[in-house]
Design a protein around this ligand. Structure first.
Ligand SMILES: O=C(O)c1ccccc1N[C@@H]1O[C@H](COP(=O)(O)O)[C@@H](O)[C@H]1O
Length: 217
């Protein structure tokens, strides 16, 4: 089974082309202004147009309003909406119905109890993303280069396709996939040469390492 790879936080042509050239399956645009990786709808639209086809475009939102999501969709051909805030199952269902796009809900994980919301979200989302639970009061709800205990995922039955995220790098992604049994991975910080600046070599190395890995060891 091929590992699915998402490169998140694309904000320039180097990152875009690196991800597409490496045959990443998904790329993420961050629509959350406090992030160093944030782009405007117009910026994401212009970037996306540089490389027609290729990876599925994912829009990352944090507790966004319908108007904010609509503004993005008017500019960028998204194929998936990622919800990385405090959205409830009802809110996820409303977004999915209103915009007619698949939805991926991020779940912050630090301990077993953090998986409790999965059952409530499963009927109303198409995918899950498991990321490290962010530090309390931290500036960002994700993208913090922080791993969680991958063994918490091992043998877990997740009712939707899912991605593993949090502190992944070209050097640890194969081990993370093996320990977690992950069918896919998502990365932002680990393929950057400076905060918010993707590095083409690291993107290439990450995708190659992930695609060459096995979730069954
Ligand atoms: O990347 C961001 O800036 C970001 C901001 C707000 C919410 C989520 C964000 N990123 C997501 O977090 C994961 C893990 O990031 P990292 O690899 O540990 O830096 C990333 O894959 C994005 O989906």
């Amino acid at each position: 089974m091929a590992i699915e790879v998402k490169i998140c936080g694309i904000r320039d042509a180097e990152g875009l082309h690196a991800a597409a050239d490496a045959a990443a399956d998904l790329i993420g645009f961050v629509f959350f202004p406090p992030s160093p990786r944030a782009v405007t709808p117009a910026q994401a639209g212009a970037l996306s147009a540089l490389r027609p086809g290729g990876p599925l475009r994912v829009g990352l939102f944090v507790d966004a309003t319908d108007a904010e999501i609509a503004a993005v969709l008017a500019a960028v051909p998204l194929g998936l909406i990622q919800l990385h805030g405090e959205e409830t199952p009802a809110r996820a269902a409303a977004i999915r119905a209103r915009f007619g796009l698949p939805v991926m809900k991020a779940i912050g994980v630090a301990e077993e109890a953090d998986f409790a919301p999965v059952a409530d979200f499963a009927p109303v989302v198409d995918r899950f993303l498991f990321d490290a639970r962010p530090p309390p009061g931290g500036p960002l709800p994700g993208g913090n280069a922080q791993p969680f205990e991958w063994r918490l995922m091992a043998g877990r039955s997740v009712p939707r396709p899912w991605l593993l995220a949090g502190g992944l790098t070209p050097g640890n992604v194969a081990e993370a996939i093996r320990i977690a049994g992950a069918p896919g991975v998502d990365v932002s910080s680990g393929v950057e040469r400076a905060r918010g600046v993707k590095d083409a070599g690291l993107v290439r190395d990450f995708v190659a390492a992930a695609k060459g890995a096995s979730p069954t060891g």
